[in-house]
Design a protein around this ligand. Structure first.
Ligand code: FEO
Length: 397
């Protein structure tokens, strides 16, 4: 297990987790990497560590460059355990080491690792720099990207930004750079990552991107997935982040539903036909067979989300409740939509879904509607028309 030099004196020393399939509920069918970076200068500096079970992989990679005892500084950009899980092992090996983090980071370290109260910790903010020899490292607090403690580290002399979760992707490839990643769908995975991890913090992301404008960067080193070093790749990921952070959307609608006897599904297909007849791109997800994190990736840049459910016990199906809870937590901005579904006697799902969509901040320019039992020609025609109406609203925006 060898380190990979990414720029003179800067090495990737992280770990590859091929087997991870869920990252706190977000499905990761392609695994992930925990990226840590070693900077060799007069003072040896490690930026972030890896999840605890991978500590030996980290230490072996460090050892391929330098004895871990020689690490002088550990910069903890973010205390979530996928990055700090091996910090105790590193501190133990190094002995005389200073840990650098934000004030919030120190608080979080103590809450995770009781032994850290004995560590030599220096807290830093945007005004601080750390001289490690030829390099002065600076710090860019980036609260909520992804936790309140998060910061980026920047080496001006190398023009390298260590952006932690920012610009990350869950991909367990042995290839280290975006330009080597071939058909690994780096930008699609970055979209899924943003949608499921960073979407609620889009205002902070937009502010941070603004602050970084004009900062010369040749290499972006996130803490998950591949590294961006080609100008075109850096421009593309930054431009995508700007668009996602601004809540920009395409002429696209996402239809999400659950169905008991396919009545709601028939309505979904008719709504889809209506939207498509107007040239709006669509994605349809039956919640029984679809993954929430994949759906959110599509929701991120869609103008509309339409939610359908059969009525069960006077409300929506349980899967719809789960979807709406997750959606609300991710706080998508500027979306429109409506609810639909079939019912037998009392109904109730459509009303409950509309209420929840409104509570999530959706505008509902098209009236939600329900059909008793099996939709006939009229109900399907109404469904088609609702699709057309919503398409008109999307095109007006
Ligand atoms: Fe990759 Fe928020 O940790």
């Amino acid at each position: 297990m060898k380190a990979v030099e990414i720029k003179k004196g800067i090495y990737w020393v992280g770990a590859i987790d091929y087997n991870l399939r869920s990252f706190h509920g977000y499905t990761t069918p392609r695994g992930t990497t925990y990226n840590a970076y070693l900077v060799i200068d007069e003072k040896t500096t490690l930026i972030d560590t890896v999840k605890a079970p991978f500590k030996d992989e980290l230490l072996k990679r460090v050892s391929s460059v330098v004895n871990p005892k020689e690490i002088d500084y550990l910069i903890a950009n973010h205390v979530e355990m996928d990055h700090s899980g091996s910090a105790s092992a590193v501190v133990e090996q190094a002995g005389d080491i200073e840990v650098i983090c934000t004030a919030k980071g120190e608080d979080f370290l103590h809450a995770h690792y009781p032994g850290s109260t004995e560590w030599n910790i220096r807290t830093v903010g945007s005004e601080d720099t750390l001289n490690i020899g030829k390099r002065n490292l600076s710090f860019i607090p980036a609260p909520m990207l992804h936790w309140p403690d998060t910061m980026f580290t920047y080496s001006a002399s190398d023009r390298v930004l260590f952006s932690n979760d920012g610009f990350g992707q869950h991909i367990a490839t042995p290839r280290r750079f975006c330009d080597e990643a071939g058909d690994w769908n780096v930008f699609g995975e970055a979209q899924k990552y943003y949608a499921n991890i960073l979407m609620p913090y889009s205002r902070m992301a937009a502010k941070k991107l603004d602050e970084l404008k004009g900062v010369p960067v040749d290499v972006v080193c996130p803490s998950h997935g591949v590294i961006f070093r080609e100008k075109g790749d850096i421009n593309r990921i930054v431009s995508l982040y700007k668009s996602w952070a601004a809540g920009e959307s395409k002429e696209k609608a996402v239809i999400v539903y659950d169905t008991m006897y396919n009545s709601t599904e028939k309505m979904a297909r008719a709504i889809d036909d209506g939207l498509r007849s107007m040239g709006v791109d669509t994605r349809i997800f039956n919640l029984r067979v679809s993954d929430l994190s994949d759906i959110m990736s599509e929701v991120l840049d869609a103008a509309a989300v339409i939610v359908g459910s059969s009525t069960l016990n006077n409300g929506p199906m349980p899967s719809i409740g789960g979807f709406l809870t997750y959606l609300k937590g991710l706080r998508p901005r500027g979306k429109i939509g409506f609810a639909f579904g079939s019912y037998g006697w009392g109904g109730g799902a459509v009303k409950a879904i509309n209420q929840e969509l409104e509570a999530t901040g959706f505008e509902l320019p098209v009236e939600g509607f329900q059909t008793r039992f099996v939709p006939g020609r009229d109900a399907l025609s109404q469904s088609f028309k609702r699709g057309v109406q919503l398409a008109n609203q999307i095109k007006r925006r």
